[in-house]
Write a new protein. Structure first.
Length: 269
């Protein structure tokens, strides 16, 4: 086990170095592209449980909401940006590995508002199917998670012509408790840091900036029950536009709420 964790740690370190280089790569894809400051507020709520005690099968449902400021302004609640609803079915063959599939999810996205001529009323509804793998390892107090997600996207489902393309996402996350020795115990205050890249492709993608996003996050979380926790952090993304003239520098606070075992709520009825 120690040797496996050591190998995992070396792999995580190498990938973290790669992710550090991805930010300037994304930013430079547009050559002399102009950076546009984009103030946002992200929040995500995740509810999950196993189908029964001792079962490797589990379910999950997440709700993702985002708001954004007007161009050049600071009020991060001025305009809607994204609302999504996504169900998951997962299989956990081992304690530290989980495979999950989301057969269909609904996303309603509004245009990013960074230029004066960006239209605040324009939105696009999307259906998305996803498959992901989460693999964890521990090294002393640190919990490393590799997440690989493959998505099939059907964009503009209300339009006469629907565009379909694929996206691959890779995220490396590191969490460590600050006041206890283990992440999964009550009253644990912890640090969470991750970085993620998005690779987009397919016949209907239509762009040339295949490395479409680099997303980084740092936050502080608190586990208030053994199976529930909340986080507050800061999100930072490079999102180059398809015309290569601009790069949206998305940044702002992010809130997470996780309830990992919904069945435990019956104790508080």
């Amino acid at each position: 086990m120690i040797s496996e964790n050591y190998r995992f740690l070396k792999l995580s370190f190498r990938i973290s170095i790669l992710l550090l280089y991805c930010s300037p790569i994304v930013a430079q894809e547009g050559g002399n592209a102009e950076f546009l400051d984009h103030k946002v507020f992200y929040n995500k709520y995740t509810f999950a449980d196993f189908f029964k005690v001792g079962s490797p099968w589990n379910w999950e449902f997440d709700v993702y909401a985002r708001t954004q400021s007007d161009p050049g302004e600071q009020n991060i609640f001025s305009n809607p940006m994204r609302l999504s609803f996504r169900p998951w079915i997962g299989y956990q063959p081992a304690k530290l590995t989980r495979f999950s599939i989301s057969p269909i999810a609904l996303m309603n996205s509004f245009s990013r508002l960074t230029l004066d001529d960006d239209s605040p009323g324009r939105s696009e509804r999307e259906l998305r199917s996803s498959f992901q793998i989460n693999n964890n390892a521990y090294y002393k107090r640190f919990n490393f998670t590799h997440r690989m997600r493959f998505e099939s996207r059907w964009r503009g489902i209300d339009n006469p012509v629907v565009f379909q393309n694929y996206r691959f996402r890779y995220r490396l996350r590191v969490r460590t408790p600050l006041n206890t020795d283990y992440f999964y115990i009550n009253n644990t205050l912890y640090l969470n840091i991750y970085s993620e890249i998005h690779l987009e492709f397919g016949n209907n993608f239509g762009g040339t900036n295949y490395l479409t996003q680099n997303r980084s996050y740092g936050g502080i979380g608190y586990r208030f029950w053994d199976w529930a926790r909340v986080e507050l952090g800061y999100i930072h993304q490079y999102v180059p536009r398809g015309d290569h003239l601009y790069v949206d520098l998305v940044n702002g606070p992010m809130v997470y709420l996780y309830i990992d075992l919904m069945s435990q709520l019956k104790k508080y009825r």
